[in-house]
Ligand binder design. Sequence first.
Ligand code: B3K
Ligand code: ZN
Length: 882
Amino acid sequence: MSTNATPATIHRQDYRPPAFLVDSVELHVALHPTATRVRARLAMRRNGDARDLELDGEALTLIEASLDGAPLAAPRMEHLPGGGLRIADAPDAFVLETLVEISPEANTELSGLYLSGGNYFTQCEAEGFRRITFFPDRPDVMARYTVTIEADKATCPVLLSNGNPAGAGDLPGDRHWARWEDPHPKPSYLFALVAGDLVAVRDHFTTRSGRQVALAIYVRQGDEDGCGHAMDSLKAAMAWDETEYGLEYDLDVFNIAAVSDFNMGAMENKGLNIFNTKYILARPDTATDGDYEGIETVVAHEYFHNWTGNRVTCRDWFQLSLKEGLTVFRDQHFSEHMGSAAVKRLANVRRLRAAQFPEDAGPMAHPVRPDSYVEINNFYTATVYQKGSEVVRMMRELIGHENFRKGMDLYIARHDNQAVTIEDFVSAMQDASGVDLSRFSRWYAQAGTPELRVEDDFDASTGRYTLTLSQTTPPTPGQPEKQPVPIPVAMGLLGPDGVALPLRLQGEDAAEAPEERMLLLEEARQDFVFEGLGNRRPTPSLLRGFSAPVKLTGLELPALGFLAAQDSDPFVRWDSGQQYAVAEMLRLIGAHRAGGAAPALPEGLATIFAAVLDRAEADPAFAAEALALPSEDFVANQMPVADPEAIHLVRQALRREIGARFAPRFAGLHDALQDTGPYRIDGASIGRRALRNAALSYLAQAPGSDGLPRARAQFAAGANMTDVLAALRVLADSDDPAREDALAAFHASWRHDPLVLDKWFMLQATSSRADTLAQVQALALHPDFDIRNPNRVRALVGAFAASNPVHFHAASGEGYRFLAEMVIALDPVNSQVAARMVSPLGDWKRQSPERAAMMRAELERILARPNLSKGTFEKVSKSLAE
Ligand code: B3K
Ligand code: ZN
C-alpha cells in the first residue's frame, strides 16, 4: 500500500486572476550557508473581491511579519498546510513585510537558493521563489525588484542579481553589500541571485541604437579559458535578434553565471542568466563538437527569452510553450543560420523523433498546451519545447515569413510587460496576416502524433496524377477522439529520371506551374490532382524540410530508395534513407525471430550507402547523418511489441556488414579527413570530423580491419575531445586489449574536470558490451559518482536507462531494478531529477508481457515508498495507468 496522499491536480480551466498584485519588491538577503535571512517588503494591492491574502511559501522559517508596520500574528495570520501563509482581511493597498530564514546548504533540491561548491545560486522557475520568501509565486504577478545582498567579503566577493547595479559598500565584520535594480516588471520565476568566489570574463556589445551593454560570464577560478565560445555565441545571438526581429537588449549589463550543480541546461533570469557549466565551458581538449553546438544553441535560447518569455511572459504554466516553443523555434532558426541549415534541421528532426514522438505515444502524452498537471516541473517536456517549436514553424510557413515577422511585432507591441496566453500569440499572428488560424490552433490542444498516409494513382493516358493524403491521430490519455489538424505538406514530384516535374493542380494555369509547393491537408482525407505530366510516372517527394511534425507512411521501398538517391531536398533524401533502413531492419528482425539465418546487408540498402559515400566528401556533415542507422529505440517504436535483443542483434549485424562491405572507403575517409591545421569550430570542420569518426566507427566493426588500431592511435594522439571521445567510444564498445587502459588513462587525465568525467561515465553507461549492466552498477558505487550532482546522475543513470535499450531491457529485469533503486534513492535528494528519470519505465506497454510485468513491478515498488515527492508520484502513477 502506498502511504502517499494523492496530490492535487491543477486544471487549466480553473485559472483565476490573482487576488492581489505586487507593484514593487524590496529584498534584503543576508547570506549565510545554513541561516540566510531574507527580508521582503512588498507593495501590494487588491485585484478582485477576495478579502484574505494568501502567499506561497515552502521550507521557510518565519521570523516576523508586519502589515503597514503593524506586527502580524495568529489568528489574523495563519500558516497553510503546504508551507504558505494566509493573512485575513487585507486592505485595498498595503505594504507587507516578512523576515524568513532559510538554509541554502540543506537545499539539495536545487530549487530556490542553494550552495554549489561554496557559492550561492538560485533557481526559481517554475516555483522556486516561494522557497526564498513568502510571495504570490505565479507568473501573472509582475513586479519591480530592488535587491540588496549582504555577505562575507572573503567568501563572497561577487554579489549579483537581476537588472542594473545600483550601489555597493562595506559593512562591519568583514562583510559587504551590493544593490541591484531591475527597471522591468517581472514574474518571480525570473528572480536570480548569485554570490561567491567567482571570476568574470568580460566583453561588451553595442546595440544598434547605441546602447552600451557590459557582458560578463562568471565562472570559478581556472575556468576563464573555457568561456570564449559562449561569449561569441552570446554576441552573435544579440546581433541576430536585432537583424531578424528588431529586438534590442534592454539593460546596461548582461551577466551569465555558470554552476556545476543545476537541474537543467540553463535559466533565462532577467539580466542574470544562470547556466549549467555544461553549456558554458568549452575548450578543444575538453569539449566535443556537439558540446560546442549545444553551447551556441542554449546561450542563444536563453538570450532570446529576454523578449519571448521575459518582456512578454506566460499568464500561467499551461502557457509554457508560449515562451518555450517560440524560443526553441528562434534558437533553431538561429543555429541553422550559424551552421549548415539542412544538417541542423535533420539533427533537430532526429531529436524530435527520438524524444517527442515516444512521449506523444506514451503514458505522459499531453498537448503542447496541457490541460492539467500535478507537478509543473514534469511538463518541461519535448512536447512543450520541440513540438511547440514545430507548431510555430508551421505557422510561419502557413502565413508566410513576412507576415510572421509582422505578427511578432504585433505580439510584442500588444503584450510588452504582460503575462499572456497562447491564444494571444495566435491572435497576433492571425491579425497580422489575415489568415484564419482557428483550426490550426488544434495543434496546441490535441496530443498525439498524426500519421500522414499517402496513396497515389497515375493515369499515363491523360498525364493525370492523383495524390491522396489522409491523416489519423491515435488516441492519447484523456483524449480518445481526435480531429483532423491542418498539415502543411511541402512537396515536389520527381520524374523517372529524377528531374523535378511541374506541379499544376487541376484547374490551374500551365504557365505558372512551380517545381515545389505547399499542399494543405485540412480534412481527414483529400485528393490532390496534378495534370500535364504526360507519360512520366512521378514519385512524390513529401514533407520536404519536415514541414509538419507527423509520421509519413505509405511509400514503398522502391520509392524510398529512389528518393534517397535522387531528391533535391536534403531532408527527404536523408529521411527516405532512414525509412528504407527501418523497413529492412524490421524485415530482418522478423526473419531472425522466425529462426532465420544471420542477417545479411540488403542490396538496396547497400546501394543507398554507396551513393552516400560517393558524395560524402562534397557534404561531409550530411553524409555523417545519412550513414547513421536508425537508433534501436527508433526501430522499437515502429514495432507493436519491441524485441530489444533482436533489434540490437540486427542493427549490430548490419553495422558489421556495412563496415566490411565498405571498409576500404571508410579507411580512405578516415585518412583523407584528418585535420591538419589548428582545431576549428566552423560547420565545415565539424562535418569533416563527424564523417571521419563515423567512418572509424564502421571500420572498427569490420572483422579483420585495422579499425581498432586506428582508434587506439586516434585516442593516443589526443588531438581534440571530439576525436578522443569518438576513439574511446569505439574502444569502450570493444573487447580490445587496450580498452581498460584507455578508460583508466582518460579517467586519470580528467578526474578533476567534472564535465569531462561525465563523458567517462556516459561512455560506459551506453556501451554495447555484454557486461555493461554490471559495469553500470559498479559505477554507481564509484567514489566519483555523486547522486547530488544532476549532471553525473544524467551521465550514468539517465544515459543507461534512456540510451542503452538492450541492457536496460535485460531479460533478468536487473536494468529496471537498477533504475528503480536510483529513483528511490534520488527522490528525497532531488525530486525534479528523480521524476525525470522515471520515463523509461513508463514504456512497458511496448514490451513483451514478461518485461512489462517486471517494469510495472518496479513502478509499483517506487510508488509504495513513503513520502514520495508529488513529481515522482505523478510520473509513476501515470506510467502505471492501463
Ligand atoms: N526556462 C528554463 C527551464 C526551467 C525548468 C524548470 N523545471 C530554461 C529554458 O527553457 O530556457
Ligand atoms: Zn527556454
